[in-house]
Design a binder for this molecule. Structure first.
Ligand SMILES: Nc1ncnc2c1ncn2[C@@H]1O[C@H](COP(=O)(O)OP(=O)(O)OP(=O)(O)O)[C@@H](O)[C@H]1O
Ligand SMILES: [Mg+2]
Length: 330
C-alpha cells in the first residue's frame, strides 16, 4: 500500500485545491454539491470535473449522485489537506515512517522546523502581525493525525468531556476538537511537565517534537523504582498545572535510553476542576502502579502515590470530592 508521503507527492496543486474546497464545504453539509466546488475552488469547470474524477479513482474522494451530485472526503484525504498546509507553512519538510497506529490516531515521524514567535509588529494594515523565526536545522518531529470520529461516536462522546455540548458532531469536527485539545494541553504543560514540545496545529493534526524512546510496556527496566518515582513526579507536576491526563498507562509513557521520560497522548486530559478529576487521577496512578506490580513485583501503595501527587492539598481535595459524592448520592 502507498504511504501518505507517496500519495502526497503524486497530487498536483489542483487536486489539493479541490480537497481543501471539499473539506471547507463539509463544515456545512455531508456531501458538497459539485456546483459549489466550481465557485469555491476557483477553477474552471473542466479542471474541477477532471480533478474530481482523478481523486475518486484514487479513492481519496467519494461521490454520490442522489439527491444531487455531491462529493466528500475521508480521513486519508483529510490527512493530505493538513499535510499540505504544514508543508506550505514550512513546519514539515519531509515525512518519514509510520510511528504508531493507535485507537484514535495515526502518527508519523517527520523532519521539520520550529517557528518561534520573535515579536509582534504592526503590519501595513495597522493590525498586529506576529514575526516568527524558523529554526535553521531540521528537527525530528512526530505528526499525529487524529481519528476521534472514526470509532463509535457515542463512545467518544462519553469519554471526551470537550464534546458533551455537541450532540450531533461529524467526524471532521470530532477529530479537529481532539487535536485542538491535545495541542492546547501540550502548550499549557510544556516545559514544566515532560511532554513533547508542541510545534504546530493544523486541522485535525498535531505536530510535536519527536521525543525518541520506547513505550514503557515494551521495556525491561533495570531500575523500575526510579522510573516509577519519575512518573509520579510528572503526574504531580501535571496536577500542579491543574490538569489530569485521564488516559495514563504504560502505552503513553515513552522512556529514552538516557532515562528521560515523556508523557504523550493528551486529548482526553481534564482540568482538575472536572467533577471526576480525582477519580481519573486515581485511575491513572493505578494503571501505572499495577504495571510495576505485575512486571517488577514492586509493591507500591496507591494511597501513598495519591498523597504524593496531591501534596499538601490532599486533605482538602479528598474532602471536597467525598462531600460531592455524598451530596450526589443523597
Ligand atoms: N512525540 C512523540 N515522539 C515519539 N513517538 C511518538 C510521539 N507521539 C506519539 N508517538 C508514537 O505514536 C504512538 C501513538 O501515539 P499516541 O499514544 O499519542 O496515540 P493514540 O492513538 O492515542 O494511541 P492509543 O489510543 O492507542 O494510546 C505512541 O505509542 C508512540 O509510539
Ligand atoms: Mg496512546
Amino acid at each position: 500500500m502507498e504511504n501518505l508521503a507517496e500519495t502526497f507527492l503524486k497530487l498536483d496543486r489542483k487536486e489539493i485545491t479541490l480537497l481543501k474546497a471539499i473539506e471547507r464545504g463539509m463544515r456545512h453539509c455531508e456531501w458538497v454539491p459539485a456546483e459549489d466546488l466550481m465557485t469555491k475552488a476557483r477553477l474552471s469547470p473542466k479542471a474541477v470535473s477532471g480533478g474530481l474524477s482523478k481523486l475518486v479513482d484514487k479513492k481519496l474522494v467519494f461521490k454520490t449522485k442522489e439527491p444531487y451530485e455531491g462529493y466528500q472526503i475521508g480521513f486519508a484525504a483529510y490527512d493530505l489537506v493538513a499535510l499540505s498546509d504544514l508543508v506550505d507553512r514550512d513546519v514539515v519538510v519531509s515525512l518519514g515512517a509510520l510511528l504508531g497506529v493507535g485507537k484514535e490516531s495515526v502518527v508519523y515521524e517527520a523532519l521539520g522546523r520550529i517557528h518561534v514567535a520573535e515579536s509582534t509588529e504592526m503590519g501595513a494594515t495597522g493590525t498586529a502581525e506576529e514575526v516568527t523565526e524558523a529554526t535553521e536545522e531540521k528537527l525530528p518531529l512526530a505528526v499525529k493525525f487524529h481519528r476521534q470520529g472514526r470509532t463509535s461516536f457515542k463512545h467518544v462522546r462519553r469519554v471526551r468531556d470537550h464534546l458533551t455540548d455537541m450532540p450531533r458532531c461529524a467526524w471532521i469536527h470530532a477529530a479537529r476538537l481532539g487535536a485542538a485539545k491535545e495541542f492546547r494541553t501540550l502548550k499549557h504543560l510544556f516545559p514544566e511537565v515532560s511532554v513533547p514540545r508542541p510545534v504546530a496545529l493544523s486541522h485535525h493534526t498535531v505536530v510535536m517534537e519527536h521525543t525518541g524512546g520506547k513505550e514503557l510496556y515494551k521495556l525491561d527496566l533495570e531500575n523500575p523504582e526510579e522510573c516509577l518515582e519519575i512518573i509520579f513526579e510528572e503526574v504531580a507536576a501535571t496536577w500542579k498545572k491543574e490538569t489530569v491526563h485521564a488516559d495514563l498507562s504504560p502505552y503513553n509513557v515513552l522512556i529514552r535510553e538516557d532515562g528521560e521520560i515523556a508523557i504523550i497522548d493528551w486529548p482526553q486530559a481534564v482540568s482538575r476542576t472536572h467533577p471526576q478529576a480525582l477519580e481519573l487521577l486515581e485511575r491513572d496512578l493505578k494503571n501505572v502502579v499495577n504495571h510495576f506490580q505485575r512486571k517488577y513485583r514492586l509493591d507500591f501503595d496507591l494511597e501513598e502515590a495519591l498523597a504524593f501527587v496531591l501534596g499538601e492539598e490532599k486533605t482538602g481535595e479528598k474532602e471536597r470530592v467525598t462531600g460531592e459524592r455524598e451530596r450526589g448520592s443523597s
